[in-house]
Design a protein around this ligand. Sequence first.
Ligand code: DQA
Length: 148
Amino acid sequence: MFKILLMHGPNLNLLGWREPGIYGTVGFDEINTRMKKVAEENGAELRVFQSNSEGALVDAIQDARNWADGIVINPGAYAHYSIAMRDALSAVKLPTIEVHLSNVHARDEFRHKLVLSPVCVGVIAGLGWRSYLYGLHALLAMLAEQKK
Ligand code: DQA
């Protein structure tokens, strides 16, 4: 059974309420419920972690090396400047898919730079809550292929 860490960065706990025109109306808890269900349907276990603090996110990435097979991460604004999170992902070497609800490339210029992406397997952006869904499907498919 694959074990997946679903990690959310700052302000994502406000999903559903926060700028729904940009991030959609599906709430934070609802996204996690849907993701857990999809994981379960695919024989995987999903653990959710959200924090507004960079250090707590780094700690959770480090801890994941003791139990997780892969990570789906929406780093929120830290995607654009957290070298500490990038270094943590590099260190643990777990296959990681970066996801964003909004199409960051179509937004402010400061959102175009993604410092974690080079150490992720891939990036999915702009598909609303489904960015998480497709990220999880991609990660599980990759893990299954590697196991063969
Ligand atoms: C986001 C995009 C980031 O630029 C922003 O800071 C967020 C959310 C997204 O999911 O679209 O907090 O990661």
